[in-house]
Ligand binder design. Structure first.
Ligand code: COA
Ligand code: AMP
Length: 630
């Protein structure tokens, strides 16, 4: 079948299409209909159906006789170790962990936060929650205690599963103090914490609250899979919005299984037993969908990689992992390849590594620049597939469906809409624009299975953020266009979200932190272009009248505050003190103009500007710190 035939089949009968796909999943109560639109614009997939995600990701493969197949390969250059877990072992480990959680009162609908590094136990924790019908929320290890505290208060977990440390190149990151700090900042207190003790760092367990992982699971009775409604949340994953309060994306369990299964087969071209590697982190949506759930639902082997593209130990790490484990499809962010290219511009370090097992490289998380795509294709000698999606959607909105047919690649385009996504480009008034014209990228409702159903504790915010601006559509927050052949081009965000090394960050959240500095009267944070990370945050602060402290001192404090409150992942290292911020006469900060000045791009002085002289001041402040960078 061609892509066109598959897409047309979905378009002609979406209900039939998604019901047929649902048959690939084991249900305890099979769906009799696909879509419930009775509460439109809020939709639910597979109403009345029941299943368990852990069963489908783990147990059913063992039941089908594949217990000896490798489920997880943990490759950890930062601890110099490689280990493998079969499906049968994974089932037993997850069932025991679930049993221990159940014995402590965790059951269907209870909430559990997982704050863990890239170890197999992180996936086991997710699967154990799924097994019980408990809802998990994984928090990325690079976030600071404050971000964890915000999530604890919003998600109100009964338990937190964590580890004694994460490992970054050259440094151990102890989680104990972070967890302690977060719990003391939060209003909500978890009933108990389970801590995986790693040899690289000890942790002082708080008596009565903390239990060592090994003791927790020792002797626990295995727990069976609990069937849950397809509409029950499997997990909540917080992502950056325009304010400091992150958005808790709610992922219903049933549609998630169907969509991920479809994507593994049709987008990534995977078959059971194939080795799939997503070099991301379980704390991001890529980690949820394509380190944990997708590959396991498909019966593949997933690689859990604890390392970086460079420096662990060198720029050939990716090639080694692909060769050593027979990786068939590899997924990462373009920034990772830019990092390798910077260290090994000619790609010479791949010599000696036989990567012929690899069929394709998939890139997402940020715009894939043509240079990076071409370099990767030349070095690896496989198709390089850009695909576009978001935490909210959980799987690709646009992709090149390699499992159906490899469509011709157009550099700069993540190719075409996947079934389920009716993509439209709209102008400010919500009218469709002609082909080739830039506009807001929207998806006609309903979104397909696997996408978010709402925001945790914030249905109004869900409607306001995504469904109100263009009634009848989901607003992606991206701007782009569609060409004559239906290829989609994603150009920029339409909001204050920036993308730093494939990580989605909110400039609004950073502004909230800077504004709390006692000497800062006003501030703005923008995303400037960066050759490695795509974008980098840059802060502009105006100091209170009468503040005569050294600017360098205030700047140091501002940088430390963002690292302290949001985390090292924000990569916030650039700040300038300015006299005034450029504004419109109505007081709106001209962020887009500031971005252009910092990037050294041509710009037109906005007609609505209050005082054009401020732009010259900004330009001179920036040149003092070497921007625009040459
Ligand atoms: N725990 C603690 N700290 C973390 C962390 C974690 N899980 N992940 C990142 N950090 C820290 C880093 O150590 C770094 O700290 P530093 O300021 O002290 O150096 C900071 O956060 C920024 O990290 P990162 O964005 O990873 O930058 P880097 O300079 O260390 O590495 C790349 C640059 C391009 C190699 C790296 O960003 C990368 O591999 N990106 C891949 C992108 C990716 O996986 N995206 C996910 C979506 S697909
Ligand atoms: P996240 O929710 O962290 O996955 O970030 C989603 C955002 O990253 C999208 O809304 C886009 O702005 C950007 N993004 C992700 N993938 C791509 C891509 N292939 N091309 C362009 N932008 C992308």
């Amino acid at each position: 079948m061609s892509y066109k035939a598959v897409h047309d089949a979905w378009k002609a009968d979406p209900e039939g299409f998604w019901l047929r796909e649902a048959a690939r999943i084991d249900w305890s109560v099979p769906p009799t209909r696909a879509l419930d639109d009775s509460r439109a614009p809020l939709y639910a997939w597979y109403p009345g159906a029941e299943a368990n995600t852990c069963w489908n990701a783990v147990d059913r493969h063992v039941e089908a006789g594949h217990g000896e197949r490798i489920a997880i390969i943990h490759d950890s250059p930062v601890t110099d170790s490689v280990s493998r877990i079969t499906y049968a072992e994974l089932r037993d480990r997850v069932a025991r962990l679930a049993g221990a959680l159940a014995a402590r009162g965790i059951g269907r609908g209870d909430r559990v936060i997982i704050y863990m590094p890239m170890v197999p136990e992180a996936l086991e924790a997710m699967l154990a929650c799924a097994r019980l019908g408990a809802v998990h929320s994984v928090v990325f290890g690079g976030f600071a205690a404050h971000e964890l505290a915000v999530r604890i208060d919003d998600f109100t977990p009964k338990a937190i599963l964590s580890a004694s440390c994460g490992i970054e190149p050259g440094r151990v990151v102890p989680y104990g103090p972070l967890l302690e700090d977060a719990i003391s900042q939060a209003r909500h207190a978890p009933e108990f914490c389970v801590i995986l003790e790693r040899p690289q760092a000890q942790v002082a367990l708080t008596p009565g609250r903390d239990i060592a992982w090994a003791d927790f699971v020792a002797g626990a009775a295995p727990a069976p899979c609990v069937p849950v409604a397809a509409t029950d949340p499997l997990y909540v994953l917080y992502t950056s919005g325009t304010t400091g309060q992150p958005k808790g994306v709610v992922r219903p369990s049933g549609g998630h299984m169907v969509a991920l299964h479809w994507s593994m087969e049709n987008i990534y071209g995977m078959r059971p037993g194939d080795v799939f590697w997503a070099a991301s982190d379980v704390g991001w949506v890529v980690g949820h969908s394509y380190i944990c759930y997708g590959p396991l639902l498909m019966g593949c082997t997933t690689v859990v990689f604890e390392g970086k593209p460079v420096g662990t130990p060198d720029a050939a790490t990716f090639w080694r992992v692909i060769r050593d484990h027979g990786v068939r499809a590899f997924f990462t962010a373009p920034t990772a390849f830019r990092a390798i290219k910077r260290e090994d511009p000619k790609g010479e370090m791949i010599a000696g590594y036989d990567t012929s097992c690899l069929q394709a490289l998939f890139l997402a998380g940020e715009r894939a620049d043509p240079d990076t795509i071409e370099w990767a294709a030349k070095v690896l000698g496989v198709p390089v597939i850009d695909h576009w999606w978001q935490t909210e959607t959980g799987w690709a909105i646009a992709a090149n469906p390699m499992g159906i047919e490899a469509l011709p690649v157009k550099l700069g385009s993540p190719t075409v809409a996947m079934p389920g996504y009716d993509i439209r480009i709209l102008d400010e008034g919500g009218h469709e624009v002609p082909r080739g014209t830039l506009g807001a990228v929207a998806v006609k409702l309903p979104l397909p299975p696997g996408t978010l159903s709402t925001l945790w504790n914030a249905e109004e915010r869900f409607v306001k953020s995504y469904l109100s601006h263009f009634p009848g559509y989901y607003e992606t927050g991206d701007a782009g266009y569609v060409d004559e052949e239906g290829y989609i081009y994603i150009m920029a965000r339409t909001d204050d979200v920036i993308n730093v090394a494939g990580h989605r960050l909110s400039t609004g959240a950073m502004e909230e932190v800077l504004a709390a500095h006692p000497d800062v009267a006003e501030c703005a944070v923008i995303g400037i272009a960066d050759a490695l990370k795509g974008q980098l945050p840059m802060g502009f602060v105006c100091l209170n009248r009468g503040c005569n402290r050294e600017h360098s001192e205030v700047i140091r404090e501002c940088i430390a505050m963002v690292r302290d409150q949001i985390g090292p992942v924000a990569a916030f290292k650039l700040t300038v003190v300015v006299e005034r911020l450029p504004k419109t006469r109505s007081g709106k900060i001209l962020r887009a103009t500031m971005v252009r000045i910092a990037n050294g791009e041509a710009f037109r002085t906005p007609a609505t500007i209050d005082d054009p002289a401020v732009l010259d001041e900004i330009r001179s402040n920036l040149s003092e710190i070497g921007y625009p960078a040459r």
